[in-house]
Design a protein around this ligand. Structure first.
Ligand code: FES
Ligand SMILES: [Fe+2]
Length: 352
């Protein structure tokens, strides 16, 4: 079965659709879950998301212009307000009731614009908890990447960090990340967590540059919540293993004394089409850290992400050549498989 048939999209959920700064008074087109959206800001700065497909002859609205808070279709000049209602048809006073486009509930949080894509009422409580992105105790950096792969492949990539030993051997990975890691996987309704710990091992090339060559301990907790939210709690330091009072599995635990780096990665991988996705990530470094250090850490993360994009797009290409080709399960894949089960379960619950 093809991947997009085996993992359908959940609709009643918040999806990150743009970085806040991308949405301006110039309309932006973005395809989300196979639906075309046009994003812009009303005159008071409120973000608006409408179906980017005019109800008249289905032309995109995004190449059109804004007239106050309305957007004007570039084809024959129909105008739509932020609720999606047609307010103007050139030379026609009677506006048909069906002359409207879909409007999507939006919320602006964590430096991102989120859209609710389902028919059920939007529930603010269902936004993921990325509280450190709004805390002065953390230095925040983030970005948007477009990846030509099914979003589940990108989730797989984060749920199995054994790949960092190979894909990221020149940046954030070293051989010990695959060979010496102690891994366990926890699954509960609506959440899958992979915990990894590597003790007293040589740092990767990127970390050697930042922290020197001495062996380090490294911990990574990766947590998946449907439909496509991933939080990673990561850190490294010398002789941290077993530090009293430090629980790397808890978002509430204070970073341990002597840690060289502690970070929280917050990622939403929004499906675009069945073979492409939007990757929004907000990296938070525990501070106070100088700007240059936060920039350096973010640059390293972005460099590593470019390495992921390459292998993910190559894998997608192979999958498309033979969609029926089966994969072989190995011990690294437990978190990957459990995350996929959680995705399917969420879609099933939505359908019922
Ligand atoms: S297609 Fe939009 S006005 Fe005709
Ligand atoms: Fe990676």
């Amino acid at each position: 079965m093809t991947i997009h048939k085996s993992i359908p999209h959940q609709r009643n959920a918040w999806y990150a659709v743009a970085m806040a700064e991308e949405v301006t008074r110039t309309p932006l087109r973005r395809v989300i879950l196979g639906e075309p959206l046009v994003l812009y800001r009303a005159e008071d700065g409120t973000a608006v998301a409408l179906e980017d497909r005019c109800c008249h002859r289905l032309a995109p609205l995004s190449p059109g212009k804004l007239v106050g808070d309305c957007i004007e279709c570039p084809y024959h000049g129909l105008r739509f307000d932020p609720d999606g209602t047609c307010t103007f048809i050139p030379g026609q006073l009677d506006i048909p009731a069906r002359a409207r486009v879909q409007a999507y509930p939006l919320v602006e949080r964590y430096g991102l614009i989120w859209a609710w894509m389902g028919d059920a009422a939007a529930e603010l409580a269902r936004l993921p908890d990325w509280r450190w992105a709004e805390s002065a105790d953390w230095a925040v950096r983030g970005g948007y990447f477009h990846i030509k792969c099914h979003y589940a492949l990108s989730v797989d990539n984060l749920m199995d960090l054994s790949h960092i030993a190979y894909v990221h051997s020149g940046t954030i990975g070293s051989a010990s990340d695959a060979e010496k890691a102690v891994i366990d996987t926890l699954s509960e309704p609506g959440r899958v967590t992979v915990r990894r710990w590597v003790e007293n091992q040589p740092p990767s090339p990127g970390f050697q540059k930042r922290f020197g060559p001495d062996p380090i301990d490294r911990w990574q907790l990766i947590e998946f919540q449907p439909p496509c939210y991933i939080r990673t709690f990561k850190g490294l330091g010398k002789g941290i293993y077993g530090t009293a009072g430090f629980d790397f599995t808890s978002a509430e635990s204070d970073p341990p004394e002597g840690a060289l780096s502690v970070s929280r990665g917050n990622t939403c991988i929004t499906p675009e089409t069945d073979g492409t996705c939007h990757y929004f990530t907000v990296h938070c470094h525990h501070g106070p850290v100088p700007d240059e250090e936060a920039d350096q850490a973010w640059a390293l993360a972005a460099e590593a992400l470019a390495e992921d994009v390459l292998i993910l797009e190559q894998t997608q290409e192979n999958m498309e050549l033979d969609p029926a080709k089966r994969m072989v399960f190995i011990h690294f894949d437990e978190g990957v498989e459990k995350a996929r089960q959680a995705m399917r379960m969420a879609v099933k619950e939505e359908a019922s």
